[in-house]
Design a protein around this ligand. Structure first.
Ligand code: 5GP
Length: 206
């Protein structure tokens, strides 16, 4: 398949939907480039700067906004999160499928400036399951869990703006579904218009 440019794949979904696990499985078994976001949130235990996030002060993050270094950014539960633009553009030019694991406001900003982006909303099978996962992963205080669950409700309100919904009741199935989405997106005629030119050239040479 000859695609002209890489694909920008956005994966959103509430905290506890399992985005991190699904994305790391996609990365292990597929030819994906994963964008690393900048954030002002404090690192969790086991999170490393430059691997999980670029951890920034508020001043530093605001400087990035001012310098237009971010493709998108949003405030989520009291912290800034944003996608450094240069890496994404570089990888798209190299024909890679770039994954952004970002929340809904940022996803909609990207869709506006880059309509070819594919928006996938990953959801757990139910709100009860979401709460259970958030509590059992124990990375947030009860207050923050409440905040994130409230935010999850707001996120569900705009899922109709997404291109695909994937239910994460099994990581393997969710990963397979996303791989299928990417595969069929790559086959879209509009992403392969250069094939027309190749066939013309071929015909002219016979
Ligand atoms: P967490 O604090 O759990 O790592 O992330 C909180 C939320 O921020 C998640 O929904 C995550 O997808 C989102 N997020 C992470 N990086 C970015 C980013 O660069 N931009 C935006 N808009 N959201 C992000």
């Amino acid at each position: 398949m000859i695609s002209e440019k890489g694909i920008l794949l956005i994966i959103s979904g509430p905290s506890g939907a399992g985005k991190g696990t699904v994305v790391s499985e996609l990365k292990k078994h597929g030819d994906y480039a994963l964008s690393i976001s900048a954030t002002t949130r404090q690192p969790r235990i086991n999170e490393q700067d430059g691997i999980h996030y670029f951890f920034k002060t508020k001043e530093c993050f605001e400087k990035m906004i001012e310098n237009k270094e971010l493709l998108e950014y949003a405030c989520f539960c009291g912290n800034y999160y944003g996608t450094p633009a240069s890496y994404v553009y570089e990888q798209i030019e190299k024909n890679k499928t770039v994954i952004l694991e970002i929340e809904v406001q940022g996803a909609l900003q990207v869709k506006e400036s880059y309509p070819e982006a594919i928006l996938v909303f990953l959801t757990p099978p139910s709100m009860e399951e979401l709460e259970r996962r958030l509590v059992s992963r124990a990375t947030e205080t009860p207050d923050k869990i409440k905040l994130r669950l409230g935010r999850a409700k707001e996120e569900f309100d705009i899922i109709d703006k997404y291109d695909y919904i994937v239910i994460n009741d099994s990581v393997k199935r969710a990963v397979d579904d996303i791989n299928c989405i990417v595969k069929s997106e790559k086959m879209k005629a509009e992403r392969n218009i250069n094939l027309k030119e190749l066939f013309y050239n071929l015909c002219n040479n016979v």
